[in-house]
Design a binder for this molecule. Structure first.
Ligand code: M6R
Length: 375
């Protein structure tokens, strides 16, 4: 049921604080003896400990969540990780390496390319006698009873509830949370982070329901106003770096899918290697500038865009440096690790309101299906 929302997509964007709350209740447990937090995933410790590298296969929005996952698994948990388009992996997989975990990410559990990529991987690994090459698999899905659920017994159930809008919003948010859980679990097992760092990240995650709620309150009306000025725009560029580069890609995908506006996401440092030629005052640039190691770099990339007359929109906290933006979609200044979970919210709202202003069928965009079960 849509409750009082005009579209399912908007309702699903508004479901996100509850999803965070539910995730924290379901997956975060405090060990009262040691005062340490544990992630309630029922995977065998020896199994996780044997993993030396990770390959993730996914499509669309699920792939963007996997890219944030890669950042976390490498930078927080210290495990080399690669992310593949499932459609590419199935025909040109990387050479086999031992002790590899393959993760399939699919909210529907039915995406043909992802299912086929996993089947192919199971087959080619099973055909090798050496045990260290055996398939090790985890599925991250919203549908435990699905094709991927039947393929892979080790499941992280993202528990986002059914998503009706074709454009994935709340399931993206829940997939991100699943990767935070996995990164924490691996960091504990591999000893790649101190307890203090792990507790700090957990503490930040526990603030999410309130933070996301505030973002929704703050940005629903303002992004509707911004949409009013921008609904006729032809091209938009999204920039991000590091952990927020995938958020630039996801922001662009949301806008393309439901408003049919040409949008592209780039790692901000790549702008000068080509895309900058696209810029003029008719092309707004949306830049995700969250405090952290690359903040100054992102700001100077935004400056380069401004010098080409682009209208600059920042998804950033109000702080030194962000006065450069012509328009600021303010997000709270938090620990960099959790910034993707916040930065995505105003971008979802902006795409929604632009599509809605254009009078489009937000929940059922043309040419798209909720799950793509053909190759
Ligand atoms: O069900 P899946 O997560 O496997 O779906 C993958 C993509 O088809 C999906 O994310 C698609 O890109 C959405 N329409 C994104 O909003």
């Amino acid at each position: 049921d849509k409750k009082n929302f005009k579209h399912y997509m908007l309702k699903e964007i508004y479901d996100q604080p509850d999803i965070a709350k539910y995730w924290l209740e379901k997956y975060l447990i405090k060990d009262l003896k040691t005062d340490q937090f544990q992630i309630n995933y029922s995977f065998d410790t020896d199994f996780l400990n044997s993993i030396e590298r990770i390959d993730i296969v996914a499509c669309g929005t699920s792939k963007h969540s996997a890219m944030v996952g890669k950042f976390l698994l490498e930078q927080f948990s210290g495990i080399p990780t690669n992310v593949f388009f499932a459609s590419e992996f199935r025909y040109s997989p990387p050479p086999l390496l031992c002790n590899t975990l393959t993760i399939g990410v699919t909210q529907s559990g039915e995406t043909a390319d992802t299912i086929a990529a996993i089947s192919m991987e199971i087959k080619r690994r099973s055909s090798i006698g050496d045990r260290s090459f055996k398939p090790n698999l985890i599925a991250i899905t919203n549908r435990v009873e699905s094709s991927i659920g039947r393929q892979i017994p080790n499941i992280i159930d993202i528990s986002a509830g059914i998503e009706i809008g074709v454009a994935a919003t709340k399931t993206f948010f829940a997939q991100l949370l699943s990767f935070y859980g996995l990164a924490i679990k691996f960091a504990q097992i591999k000893g790649s982070q101190s307890n203090e760092n792990i507790n700090q990240l957990v503490l930040e995650l526990t603030k999410l329901p309130g933070l996301v709620e505030e973002l929704l309150e703050k940005h629903n009306e303002s992004s509707e106003k911004l949409a009013h000025d921008f609904f006729n725009i032809k091209d938009v560029i999204f920039l991000g770096r590091g952990i927020n580069y995938p958020i630039a890609l996801e922001g662009a995908l949301k806008l393309k899918e439901i408003s049919y506006i040409n949008a592209a996401g780039y790692p901000a440092g790549e702008m000068k290697h080509g895309p900058i030629a696209l810029l003029d005052k008719k092309v707004p640039v949306i830049s995700i500038a969250t405090p952290g190691q690359v903040f100054d770099k992102v700001i100077s990339n935004a400056q380069e865009a401004k010098a080409r007359d682009a209208y600059l929109i920042g998804v950033a906290p109000q702080c030194n440096g962000t006065e450069i933006f012509d328009y600021l979609m303010t997000i709270p200044s938090t620990n960099e690790w959790i910034s993707p979970l916040l930065a995505i919210v105003p971008l979802q709202l902006l795409s929604y309101h632009i599509a809605s202003h254009r009078g489009l069928d937000v929940d059922q965009p043309r040419n798209l299906a909720k799950s793509v079960t053909v190759e």
